[in-house]
Write a protein of this length. Structure first.
Length: 135
């Protein structure tokens, strides 16, 4: 029986789980998920909404919704507040999608630069910056 055919019942200890995980070393790396894809695929298409209809409901230019849905521009706080009101979500839902997208894109661009930054020692941080007393 291959490791892939094993079930959870067959894995009796942590070492078995580690071996199974380590044997699956190839993962497909997906591109960052643009919030426009979510808007288009999870909201506009299932509800049969055009960019014009969404824009009219949100009192925004049609071109803004079109450009977001085509993944050409991101979602501003203003747009997030309007989308949240219209679709019954929170504005944080839309802003978190945007922040995650931007972070993933930027990490791929400047990740090696970030690796060169030496973090300050936690013991050197002022208590007020930690939000709680040091242990």
């Amino acid at each position: 029986m291959t490791d892939f055919a094993r079930t959870a019942d067959d894995l009796t200890n942590v070492e078995d789980l580690r071996r199974l995980h380590d044997s699956t070393t190839e993962f497909e790396v997906l591109p960052p998920l643009h919030p426009g894809e979510i808007l288009r695929e999870s909201f506009m298409e299932p509800l049969s909404l055009s960019a014009g209809a969404v824009a009219k409901a949100l009192d925004l230019p049609r071109s803004r919704i079109e450009r977001i849905a085509r993944e050409e521009i991101g979602i501003s706080t203003d747009t997030a507040l309007r989308l949240a009101r219209y679709f019954g979500t929170t504005h944080q839902f839309w802003l978190n999608l945007q922040t995650r997208f931007e972070s993933e894109v930027l990490m791929s661009e400047i990740g090696s630069e970030l690796d060169q930054i030496a973090p300050i020692a936690r013991s050197d941080m002022p208590v007020s910056a930690l939000g709680h007393p040091r242990p």
